[in-house]
Write a protein that binds this ligand. Structure first.
Ligand SMILES: CC(C)(COP(=O)(O)OP(=O)(O)OC[C@H]1O[C@@H](n2cnc3c(N)ncnc32)[C@H](O)[C@@H]1OP(=O)(O)O)[C@@H](O)C(=O)NCCC(=O)NCCS
Length: 205
């Protein structure tokens, strides 16, 4: 639209005040996520997070998660998820060998796929995009390793909040399956190097 060159007058002192208030309102800043080292000192924090009502239904064996965190198996790693430097969650990942994939029926998933689990323990940090941001950071880290074909996340078919977060992070449902002790779950995957899931041969499996 072409300008008339005339300045628009404010309709009333009230609208002018509202405009001034809007202009002076601080802009909402997206919280900044980072992945920080997880040490043995964080085990008790993780133990508390695993028992929050928004986490516990999806982590039915917290003592197993603590045992894993205390002594990660070969191919396993973990980090704290921090928001503006405050620890608010936990992410762990595990490179999965052929035998393990086949034992849970994931025969078409390539060897060395990376299985990821994450949680935000502090409830006031839910719904701010930190879960997808943490996944994006992990993706960037794992892409440096050309031998890792894809990332997979398994979660209950009922965990709608997680489905939403994983989709926002670029993951897609590859299939439904039932790992022992977890009930029906979706396997979400995202390739690490191409936007297509490599087959077993391409991945050198
Ligand atoms: C799954 C999880 C990591 C997602 O992280 P997140 O940073 O909250 O993700 P998002 O901000 O993208 O929010 C995802 C959805 O949660 C819902 N949500 C938003 N605010 C919320 C709040 N305050 N409380 C509950 N749910 C909320 C919304 O549906 C949102 O989707 P939308 O943005 O399209 O509306 C987090 O919810 C979590 O830790 N849950 C408990 C543990 C778990 O389920 N882990 C996954 C198993 S591997």
């Amino acid at each position: 639209m072409r300008s008339t060159g005339r300045r628009k007058k404010s309709a009333s002192p009230v609208t002018a005040n509202v405009r001034r208030r809007k202009q002076s309102r601080p802009t909402m800043r997206r919280p900044s996520a980072s992945l920080e080292p997880f040490t043995q000192l964080h085990l008790s924090v993780l133990s508390g997070w695993l028992r929050w009502p928004h986490v516990a239904p999806w982590y039915p064996a917290p003592e197993d998660n603590i045992a894993w965190a205390a002594d990660p198996p070969e191919g396993g790693s973990q980090s704290l998820i921090a928001c503006d430097s405050r620890p608010v969650g936990y992410i762990r990942w595990q490179i999965v060998d052929r035998e393990t994939l086949d034992s849970v029926g994931l025969n078409d998933i390539p060897t060395n796929a990376v299985d990821v689990d994450l949680l935000l323990g502090e409830p006031e940090y839910l719904g701010k995009g930190l879960g997808p941001a943490a996944l994006e950071l992990l993706l960037g880290h794992l892409r440096a390793n050309a031998a890792l074909p894809l990332i997979g996340l398994t979660t209950s078919v009922e965990n709608a909040r997680a489905h939403r977060a994983f989709e926002k992070a670029g993951f897609r449902v590859a299939r439904q399956y039932t790992p022992a002790g977890f009930g029906p779950c979706y396997l979400f995957v995202r390739p690490l190097h191409h936007e297509r899931i490599p087959d077993r041969e391409e991945a050198g499996a």
